[in-house]
Design a protein around this ligand. Structure first.
Ligand code: C2E
Ligand code: MG
Ligand code: MG
Ligand code: MG
Length: 284
């Protein structure tokens, strides 16, 4: 009996593996279809100046608009998009769409209030040949200056010694494109890199903000990151600000910028423009 049960368990396990594989293949082919049909949309979350409550920029966040399953969050498909290489055509669309939208906003706003758009870029996208030219062409096509664009890369990229990517980033930074390290603090990057690499912005990961209220140690960490950034002449964005307590603490620590549901969840391009024209956080 025991042997039979073991066998059953093994078979169930194999079925499970098989099921997961089929699911992944299905996801991949559905994603392929979505890329060809353009079934994606972008939402925008304000990056707020903590001293004025005005939006300095917006982070563009991709969603998959599945005809049957509705709107699907990026956590559900970015990984498969990266593995399959579909992130390349998808990322190109994201960049073009985000720049097109920021161009529209900038056209209707006075110069002093023109925002930038911040776009997430996967390592795989940076590794493709001609990425810098693609960014340049997209900026030209949208008719916006490089200052209208920020690129977010995850901290894991910092830890790789991929000199080609860093060389490309340096070219983009020289152009005037801002470079941000996303989810900062979750990796194990060496701090000396921050000084040597072409980086403008650190985005403190949400987990630090979550834990900051109950823990002196976490608070000290966030405070440390903010002063480190100041020392290195970098700017800081705190992610995941969910309430007034978070906002007040960060403001007190001298953190210049923040993002989170307290100000606004990611919204469509029209609602984002309303945000810019009304120019104040509803919650504030
Ligand atoms: P991320 O770049 O760190 O983006 C922040 C995520 O936190 C977003 O989730 C955002 O909606 C969410 N968020 C913002 N404020 C709050 C808050 O106050 N509380 C909580 N609980 N969450 C908050 P989203 O849109 O699901 O994106 C998840 C991740 O998917 C992003 O993390 C990014 O790594 C990736 N991603 C999104 N769009 C793209 C894209 O176009 N290209 C690539 N390569 N990756 C993308
Ligand atoms: Mg991001
Ligand atoms: Mg982030
Ligand atoms: Mg994140």
């Amino acid at each position: 009996v025991a042997k039979g049960a073991g066998k059953n368990r093994w078979r169930r396990y194999q079925n499970h593996l098989h099921g997961a594989m089929v699911e992944r293949l299905e996801l991949r082919s559905a994603l392929d279809h979505a890329v060809n049909e353009g079934h994606f949309l972008l939402q925008y979350q304000p990056i707020v100046d903590l001293n004025t409550d005005e939006a300095a920029g917006f982070e563009a966040l991709v969603r998959w608009h599945h005809p049957a399953r509705g709107v699907i969050a990026p956590d559900q498909f970015i990984e498969v998009a990266e593995e399959s290489g579909l992130i390349i055509p998808m990322g190109r669309w994201v960049l073009d769409q985000a720049l097109h939208t920021v161009a529209q906003w900038r056209r209707v706003l006075p110069r002093a209030r023109q925002p930038y758009v911040s776009v997430n870029v996967s390592v795989r996208q940076f590794r493709q040949k001609g990425f810098v030219d693609q960014v340049r062409a997209s900026l030209d096509y949208a008719g916006v200056p490089p200052q209208a664009l920020m690129l977010e890369i995850t901290e894991t990229l910092l830890m790789r010694d991929d000199e080609d990517i860093w060389a490309d980033l340096a070219v983009l930074q020289d152009l005037g494109v801002r470079i941000a390290i996303d989810d900062f603090g979750t990796g194990y990057s060496s701090l000396s890199y921050l000084r040597q690499r072409p980086i403008d912005v650190l985005k403190i990961d949400k987990t630090f903000i979550d834990d900051m209220v109950g823990s002196e140690q976490q608070l000290a960490l966030v405070s440390g990151i903010v002063s480190l950034a100041q020392t290195l002449n970098l700017t800081v964005v705190a992610e995941g600000i969910e309430d007034a307590t978070h906002r007040d603490i960060l403001q007190r620590l001298g953190c210049p910028l923040g993002q989170g549901y307290y100000f606004s969840s990611p919204v469509g391009p029209t609602e984002a423009l309303t945000w810019l024209t009304v120019n104040r956080a509803v919650a504030a």
